[in-house]
Ligand binder design. Structure first.
Ligand code: NDP
Ligand code: KPL
Length: 314
């Protein structure tokens, strides 16, 4: 199938380059002018793996206004706060026949995608794949080839032939996809993991492997996990994991999976950009309020992240 990647940042480049290397046609569309200009100027994107073997990979990149292709599948990887703008600028490129796959972090993207794509063709998911954008036109794939895994989940919880075909293509690209059929439960399990790892590592500027060694890591993680599970139970969401399994997932990702990774939220904070915390801890808190439950720890850490954003901006 032909892929269009909307958002040629860290994750968009990782998915697109791996699919291209697996033999699929890929076009990249971005709303970030500096990235487009740099990639065009250097005739591609510099790709490294764990900081080594930096090499140039030629890619096709366009602004939405300059692109006129018709991919079978869009892969959307932008920060939650950029999504409205990206979709609006690319809206002339979307058709009701196209599928969209958006394994972004946080929550808030699905309703936005539904405005442009047929509901049964909206696939979300989660990516346990760590990637760092060193700067414009320069991306670092963390972990060995084949490291990391992801979940694909249809909004209508009914995987069709195209979903399986996308999954096969992603397998060929070494992205290790698994199709699940519990939409909310799949997405929220990742939101909860990010509400622990991304938020706590970002506040203290530490890698996941450093965080997990802290004597307080378990207590801090379990407090956030328990509150989030309390929210999901009230909202009628059956999570993929139990509370204990969620903590084990945090531990595994931090100890074995990606100990050297600064989560993507830290990558924003360290460059003085706003973070996705409102779509992660903030989403959990707001969801709780709808069911008359206050996830106060999530609200507190969300506000601490905003305090850090504010103090860095000064
Ligand atoms: N990175 C990761 O390891 C993972 C990320 N995700 C999720 O994937 C989605 C996309 O995230 P991701 O690919 O990480 O983000 P991106 O790499 O796409 O973020 C790039 C954006 O950051 C801004 N930016 C400005 N200057 C720089 C700079 N010098 N270096 C880097 N970025 C700059 C630009 O936006 P602007 O001009 O508006 O500032 C640009 O569009 C998010 O939902 C994220 O949470 C999920 C799993 C793992
Ligand atoms: C790679 C991972 C899972 C780390 O929390 C992530 O989602 C991120 O960096 O945003």
């Amino acid at each position: 199938m032909k892929y269009g990647v909307l958002g040629a940042g860290a994750m968009g480049l990782r998915y697109g380059v791996l699919l291209q290397e697996a033999g699929f046609p890929v076009d990249f569309v971005d709303i970030w002018d500096d990235q487009i200009n740099k990639v065009k100027e250097q005739n591609g994107v510099y790709v490294s793996r764990d900081g080594k073997d930096k090499h140039l990979v030629p890619i096709n990149i366009y602004s939405p206004e300059d692109y006129s292709g018709n991919p079978d599948v869009w892969i959307v990887f932008v920060k939650q706060m950029q999504l409205d703008d990206a979709l609006k600028r690319a809206s002339h490129l979307f058709t009701k026949e196209q599928y969209v796959v958006a394994p972004m972090n946080g929550m808030g993207h699905i309703e936005k995608l539904d405005k442009y794509f047929a509901v049964e063709k909206v696939i979300s998911g989660t990516a346990m794949i760590a990637t760092v954008l060193n700067g414009v036109g320069d991306v670092d794939f963390m972990g060995k080839s084949g490291a990391g895994s992801m979940k694909l989940v249809n909004q209508n919880e009914t995987p069709d032939e195209t979903t399986h075909q996308i999954s096969d293509d992603f397998t060929k690209a070494n992205l290790n996809p698994e199709i699940t059929t519990n939409f909310q439960g799949t997405l929220m399990a990742k939101v909860i993991l990010n509400s622990v790892c991304n938020t706590l590592c970002t506040m203290f500027s530490i890698k996941m492997g450093d965080f997990i060694q802290a004597p307080t890591a378990e207590a801090l993680s379990k407090q956030l996990i328990n509150e989030a599970f309390d929210v999901c139970e009230r909202a009628g969401i059956t999570l993929l994991n139990t509370r204990e399994e969620e903590w084990q997932a945090v531990k595994f990702a931090s100890t074995v999976g990606m100990p050297l990774h600064y989560p993507s939220m830290y990558q924003d904070m360290s460059k003085n950009r706003p973070t996705e915390v409102d779509y992660i801890n903030g989403y959990i808190y707001d969801l709780g309020l709808k069911y008359h439950y206050e996830a106060t720890t999530h609200d507190f850490v969300r506000n601490l992240v905003h305090l850090a954003e504010f103090s860095r901006a000064k």
